[in-house]
Ligand binder design. Sequence first.
Ligand code: NAD
Length: 492
Amino acid sequence: MAGLAIKHLNNVRRRDFLAGDSLIDGRWIAGEQRDAVVDPATGEEIANAARCSTADMNRAIAAAERSFATWRGLLPANRAAMLRSWASLMLEHSEELAILVTSEQGKPLPEARQEIAYGAGFLEWFAAEGERAYGETIPSHKVGSLLHVRMQPIGLAAAITPWNFPIAMITRKAGCALAAGCPVIVKPAPETPLSALALARLAEEAGVPRGVFQVVTGHPIELSTPLLRDTRIRALSFTGSTDVGRLLLEGAADTIKKVSLELGGHAPFIVFDDVDVERAVKGAMAAKFATSGQDCLAANRIYVQAGIYDAFVEAFAAAIADLHVGHGLEPGVDIGPMTKLAVANKCRTHIDDAVKKGARAFSGHRGANLSPNFVAATLLTGVTEDMLIAREETFGPVAAVLSFDSEDEVIARANASEMGLAGYVYTDDLRRAFRLSEQIECGMLGVNTASFTGPPIPFGGWKQSGLGREGSRHGLAEYMELKYVCFGDLVA
Ligand code: NAD
């Protein structure tokens, strides 16, 4: 594995993608200090990135402010043209971007390629949606007046983004903000700056004007503090942990920003005994092991009805045994390293805790010993609610299976969580599917499918999984203000 990422990065023709400089006010900033970027599979330094200062962030805010009037004044079609050419450039450079993603994030290369297409899709989708920011005309309650509601850009936006989807979480936020007419400043996760900065190179090439899309890398608290304090930042969008989301919400309270938060998940995946076991296992594999389990949509509690529990576990174990763990740049790998050691350690804590409390662990991994960031795909059976894994998000390739008897019981157990991002239900009974779709407390529910995300859907959670929505026409509303205008005295 050693040297693999460096070898691939040496073949990236766009050498500027590796520069690691931030884009502030139309200039590439090297910063006085630099932070190492490492391959999570090996711990090797593969590049370094600017550690920008508070003063740099303040310069970015001022530049965004200067760019706002011109950007909001453009016709939506003109903004759309830039978003579309940015998306085309992403697709043109898909392979190079995918290598960056896998090198710094760890996910298998085919998944990184999918992320580039998924990420470009948000730009294309919002290019069109920006042209549909219709207001409304309300039937009047006053004689001789016209009641008109307009949607206007909220102002400057800030996006604080995570490392698990280092491309798509930026385009999902920035594509939407830009389409709405708002300049946006991105503070990417320190683990994955190269992907974010490569996007900035392509945005510049697509003609996005100076100050309208900026990427500032460095220390999270140092860079988020000016964003929170500055009254000119009117919208803040964050994806990451619930703890940090709570801190940012508190920090944004002073200046009453519009905050949208996409936080942790703890998705229930419920399998009733009327379904085809193979189909349910296929869904569970996708819902659990995509992005090596580092996905807020990941199935964290797999509830299987008692009648098919043994058959499900047997088929699930066989599928898990086929998963290949290794460096994301090696062909045929399904599970890469965890991007952060803390995440791998949390997986191990969840496995140890469950086994100590009576669960059985199974892992099909037979290869060489792997470095500490790796976690072998693991199946835990006989999981009960007193175990940590049944109570908190794992964010790794550990599948916890719990048994249930009745519909009412599983609904109560699935809803007994402060998280409410996503859920999955497998049943062939239409009425039951409807009842579950009414009663499961979450923002997104897959019924007989593990694949439902994409630009047109309102992505977001209930309870402590977040606030607001990304993607879809609802996403656009996060970056716009409504203005009600009453034209009076219209009839002489
Ligand atoms: P995190 O919340 O610490 O990091 C996400 C982003 O927040 C990064 O950009 C980071 O630089 C920034 N950040 C961190 N602390 C900050 C602070 N005090 N002020 C401002 N910004 C700050 O997440 P993590 O520690 O890297 O991962 C821990 C857990 O968070 C994971 O195990 C998972 O449960 C969850 N997570 C969820 C998602 C998601 O897609 N919803 C993404 C990443 C992590």
